[in-house]
Design a binder for this molecule. Structure first.
Ligand code: DHE
Length: 522
């Protein structure tokens, strides 16, 4: 029998409780001996990911112990089972899930010190080095072995593949001309990649635990939303820090994680949702906005009078509930927000700077994945739902829920295209139906087809080609287990081809993203 006794219980049993600090010291020494070289002496990450509770949220505790014991395939994480006892592995596991004694800092100096310049952009040719249409490329994020593939959207063939930072999350963001793509990793690394020259340009670590990145529509700034530390970082397009905004309420008393930041192109601003303070921030990058006082570039203060909304300084809008996930209307003047707990949503007008309507939505709508289309003379927005099998369709003029379309199970993503009569959604949050994509007729507002190419294997996240002719869906498996992009004809819904990939979490069409197609996420 494999009986595992927790070290603290062992101590109690043997009457050694006073020796607890010694055990902590031993575990710290174990960590420094075996883990620090790859994960950093302060657990902030190095070659390996950060090992802090915030960064480990997606890994169950037992699994972390298993990774320490058995290593992680396709990475440099070795197995420690032959060097460490079960009790030592368990102690290490507890250690990495405990917050450090001193809260980690990630300030301007740390950000600047982390920056790596891979290439001098000025010396690289300002034209694509390949024949494929540079606007019909797909950027495919493969989480199986942490790589990115670039796919020719006409030939539907990969043209290049490169290693990414560990655990990219969220959609990559593009410069307006489509030459550069920016990736953010959960550990705070931001990578700027030159698509035309197929080479990384620069990298910087903007936070310890990051949510996502946004690129300004003029291509000059990159905004990074962080959970740890509580900051919003503005970088220039070379990934040099321009402004670090500590995120707190207007009195500077309560700090907050940033749920997400997006570019609101027509408003020339970034808009950020805060997770722990009931405010939405709008940060203008319009050069016509008043500049901030001299001396505040990196030292943003909350003193009376010093808080001047303007160029790269936040404008606060108080809201009735915390915002987690949100969606912009196509003109970017209204945002539809949901708090994960509330089960209700709110519409906030960014000009009026207040809530203008309440949304009555079941379950947990995943508004960030919403899409819009014209329906019976009005514009509707459709959103999947993270804990109910329903797609809610909302009129963006009256904010009424015009239809609740039942689906097989809770889903994560939605996609369509201006040239397609269909919208696609998944049920990937459901155990039995995560293998099925459902196709909704945008006129009838009902499910008209189901696709289940590999029973039992997760099928989710689709994206259309530039012309809307094909749909690429992710078969979310390791390559050896059949992981692939499945290409469907967008009209006949027939499978056209399969492109092997290593757990392709997401794929993004350059043209659809840059033109802010109504059928894709922004
Ligand atoms: Fe995501 C986008 C939040 C878990 C895959 N996810 C986003 C965005 C946010 C978000 C705010 C929009 C960022 C952007 O594109 O700029 N995601 C969250 C969560 O809060 C949640 C539920 C919990 C968490 O761990 O953070 C979560 N997300 C996941 C996953 O478990 C997924 C399925 C696998 C993974 O890689 O982590 C996942 N999220 C994605 C993908 C996108 C995304 C593929 C980009 C969607 C797009 O098409 O634009």
């Amino acid at each position: 029998m494999n009986m595992r006794i927790k070290p603290a219980v062992l101590l109690l049993l043997t009457g050694l409780l006073p020796a607890l600090p010694a055990l902590a010291a031993d575990t710290e020494a174990l960590y420094q001996k075996h883990c620090a070289v790859c994960h950093g002496s302060e657990r902030l990450g190095a070659m390996g990911p950060a090992l802090l509770p915030e960064n480990l949220g997606r890994l169950r505790k037992g699994e972390a112990g298993k990774v320490i014991a058995d290593g992680r395939p396709a990475t440099q994480m070795p197995a420690f089972a032959s060097q460490l006892s079960a009790a030592e592995i368990e102690a290490l596991q507890a250690y990495i899930y405990a917050p450090p004694a001193v809260s980690p800092r990630w300030d301007l100096a740390a950000i600047e010190a982390s920056r790596i310049e891979h290439a001098d952009v000025r010396k690289l040719p300002h034209k694509p080095s390949f024949a494929a249409d540079p606007m019909n490329l797909f950027i495919v994020v493969e989480s199986g072995d942490h790589h990115v593939s670039i796919l020719d959207g006409d030939k539907l063939e990969p043209i290049h593949r490169f290693a990414s930072r560990f655990a990219l999350h969220g959609g990559p963001k593009f410069s307006p001309d489509g030459r550069f793509v920016y990736f953010a990793s959960r550990d705070g690394w931001v990578t700027k990649y030159d698509i035309w020259n197929l080479t990384p340009v620069a990298e910087v670590r903007a936070g310890i635990n990051t949510r996502n990145a946004a690129v300004s529509s003029d291509g000059k700034y990159v905004a990074i939303a962080n959970y740890l530390p509580h900051s919003l970082v503005i970088l220039d397009s070379d990934l040099k820090p321009v402004r670090i905004l500590p995120v707190a309420d207007k009195d500077g008393k309560k700090t907050s994680r940033v749920s997400a930041v997006y570019d609101a192109a027509p408003r020339k601003s970034f808009v950020a949702a805060l997770k722990d303070v009931k405010e939405v921030w709008e940060i203008s990058y319009d050069p016509k906005q008043p500049d901030i006082p001299v001396g505040m570039i990196h030292d943003f203060q909350y003193k009376e009078g010093a808080f001047i909304p303007g160029f790269l300084n936040p404008q606060r809008t108080s809201v009735d509930d915390y915002l987690d996930d949100f969606f912009f209307t196509q003109d970017y003047n209204d945002l539809m927000g949901a708090s994960r707990e509330a089960g209700r949503g709110q519409v906030i007008n960014l000009d009026a700077r207040r809530q203008v309507a309440e949304l009555r939505l079941p379950g947990m709508p995943h508004l960030g994945s919403g899409i819009t289309w014209a329906w019976q003379g009005r514009t509707v927005m459709a959103t999947p739902n993270l804990n109910e099998g329903v797609v809610s369709v909302i009129d963006t003029a009256t904010w009424e829920n015009v239809r609740s379309i039942p689906t097989l199970g809770p889903g994560f993503f939605m996609r369509s295209h201006e040239n397609s009569r269909y919208a696609w959604t998944d049920s990937m949050m459901s155990r039995e139906h995560r293998d099925t994509l459902q196709v909704i007729d945008k006129e009838k507002l009902e499910v008209v087809a189901q696709l289940r190419p590999m029973p039992g294997k997760t099928l989710a996240h689709v994206e259309f080609t530039r012309d809307g002719r094909y749909v690429l869906a992710s078969l979310w498996e390791r390559k050896a287990a059949g992981g692939a992009l499945i290409v469907y004809d967008a009209q006949t819904l027939q499978e056209v081809k399969r492109i092997p990939m290593d757990k392709p979490v997401g794929k993004y069409n350059l043209h659809n993203k840059i033109t802010r197609s109504e059928g894709t996420s922004h």
